[in-house]
Design a protein around this ligand. Structure first.
Ligand code: SAM
Length: 234
């Protein structure tokens, strides 16, 4: 029986190491955890959701795919009511505001024992800024296409002495250029286009930060990796 895992969640799963104990926060249908168990990737999965309906559907699906005994289920706002014995927390399909409120409520996550895998649906630059200022280091990030949209998935570790991001890097962090994929160039173009539109729309009233971000990103266009990617995707 094939698990109906979206490309978004498949990309999240690729950040999980074999033997990881995973906490899937906002698990909804539970497919990510189920996939990680049936593929022999995760050792165990905590599936939690703030709403009863999704949690019940995760339970039903875990039964259906025969992994109920290796999953535990919690009704919880963020990580408030879940046990702390996991290695990696996945938050996927949520906006930056929700992710930030989950992290703000759990300072105990700021520990090198934990990794975070985050797939943010909206206001991603705001999330990157928050993480950066809170001592979290985005050490991997990738771009993927799911349907008509491009998304990123990032892996974050607590490393308060990391080199801080520059403001324009909240929009396009260096981690995206470590192992770029063809979608990285598309993502870059999309961000530049959005910023150019914002600048054109506001004319002389454009704030300095937007203008400087656009200039810094445009200058990046000639870095060898992006140049190569853009040529590859033409
Ligand atoms: C759009 S779904 C995403 C489901 C799945 N993670 C995915 O990416 O396909 C968001 C899920 O997060 C849950 N959720 C929203 N806020 C939450 C919070 N503060 N704590 C836990 N779960 C939350 C919702 O109930 C919903 O099931």
């Amino acid at each position: 029986m094939r698990i109906p895992l979206s490309p978004r969640l498949l990309s999240c799963s690729s950040f999980v190491h074999t033997g990881d104990r995973v906490a899937d926060i906002g698990c909804d249908h539970g497919y990510l955890g189920i996939y990680l168990l049936t593929e022999g990737i995760a050792a165990s999965v905590i599936a939690s959701d703030v709403n009863e309906g999704p949690l019940q559907s995760a339970l039903k699906n875990a039964d259906k795919y025969g992994v109920r005994d290796r999953m535990s289920f919690y009704l919880s706002d963020g990580v408030r009511n879940i046990p702390r014995d996991f290695d990696v927390m996945v938050c996927a399909g949520m906006g930056a505001d929700t992710m930030i409120s989950i992290l703000d409520a759990a300072p105990w996550l700021k520990d090198s024992a934990y990794r975070l895998i985050l797939q943010c649906q909206s206001k991603t630059p705001m999330l990157r800024q928050y993480l950066d200022l809170q001592g979290w280091y985005i050490h991997k990030e990738t771009v993927l296409r799911d349907g008509r949209f491009l998304y990123t998935v990032m892996e974050v570790v607590y490393q308060p002495d990391h080199t801080c991001l520059l403001p324009w890097e909240y929009h396009f962090p260096p981690a995206l250029l470590i192992n770029p994929v063809p979608e990285t160039a598309e993502y870059y173009q999309q961000i530049c286009t959005r910023l150019r539109r914002a600048v054109m729309g506001r004319g002389e009233n454009t704030d300095t930060e937007t203008l400087q971000t656009l200039q810094a990103l445009e200058a990046l266009s000639d870095t060898p990796k992006l140049h190569w990617l853009k040529e590859e995707t033409k």
